[in-house]
Design a binder for this molecule. Structure first.
Ligand code: PGA
Length: 245
């Protein structure tokens, strides 16, 4: 079965109420891929209402592991779902670095996402030092193995490979390096979930731009992209969406 590509936008800590104009423009793009926009939590409800049945899905950028409780400042997967999200990013490297999230935490968050009926977009990726030491494949294997809960399916999970050194830097690995890691992730998934691995989508993220998206999305085992900076402007993100299909 051909894997339908995904163009996912991660707005990080950017966007105010007026930014809904970008979503309005984005919904005018006809897409032959899945489009998921992940604005900050404050905008999920209004964005989900605006996106409605346009085909653009709205996602969160993180969730707590618990359903509710004494966790000041946190947002649960159930709350994201209640606000209209259908997916949530977990384990982004900025969360792993800034908030000390381990693969154990990320796995629990992915389970929370499923519990709430959200698709989990699980992020993995090596640092520059790890790549320089020749450890990229090992690190990513460990992160995939450690972050994926039992019960992952192509419907409830997407993996996003994002080399930390490529995020927000304008630097992108060579097509050969992307192909190597994505092929290895597919093989790792095969050992964990068996033949279903061939249907589970693996995105590339890190400095995806309108100018390089088509080339990156054409690489074997790359099923679309997780896009940060270039997803903030509908004009740029629409070009990336079109490159995805
Ligand atoms: P970038 O971010 O596209 O700005 O490099 C990607 C990400 O962090 O998801």
């Amino acid at each position: 079965m051909a894997r339908r590509k995904i163009a996912a936008g991660n707005w990080k800590m950017n966007g105010l109420a007026a930014s809904i104009a970008e979503l309005q423009k984005l919904t005018e793009t006809t897409a032959a891929c899945d489009v998921i926009l992940c604005p900050p939590a404050t905008l999920i409800q209004s964005f989900a209402a605006q996106a409605d049945d346009s085909g653009v899905q709205i996602g969160g950028q993180d969730c707590h592991t618990a359903t509710s409780g004494a966790h000041t400042g946190d947002v649960s997967a159930e709350m994201l779902r209640d606000a209209g999200a259908t997916a949530v990013i977990v384990g982004h490297s900025e969360r792993r670095q800034d908030h000390g999230e381990t693969s154990d935490t990320v796995r629990a968050k992915a389970e929370a996402a499923w519990r709430a009926g959200l698709m989990a977009i699980i992020c993995v990726g090596e640092t520059e030092a790890e790549r320089d030491q020749g450890k990229a494949l090992d690190i990513v294997r460990l992160q995939v193995g450690g972050s994926l809960p039992a019960g992952a399916t192509p419907a409830n999970t997407v993996i996003a490979y994002e080399p930390v050194w490529a995020i927000g830097t304008g630097r992108v690995p060579s097509p050969e390096d992307i192909a190597e890691i994505h092929g290895d992730i597919r093989a790792t998934l095969q050992t964990i979930i068996g033949d279903a691995a061939s249907d589970l989508r693996v995105l590339y993220g890190g400095s995806v731009k309108p100018g390089n998206a088509a080339e990156i999305f054409a690489i074997e085992n790359v099923d679309g992209g997780l896009v940060g900076g270039a997803s903030l402007k509908a004009e740029d993100f629409s070009q990336i969406v079109r490159a995805a299909g």
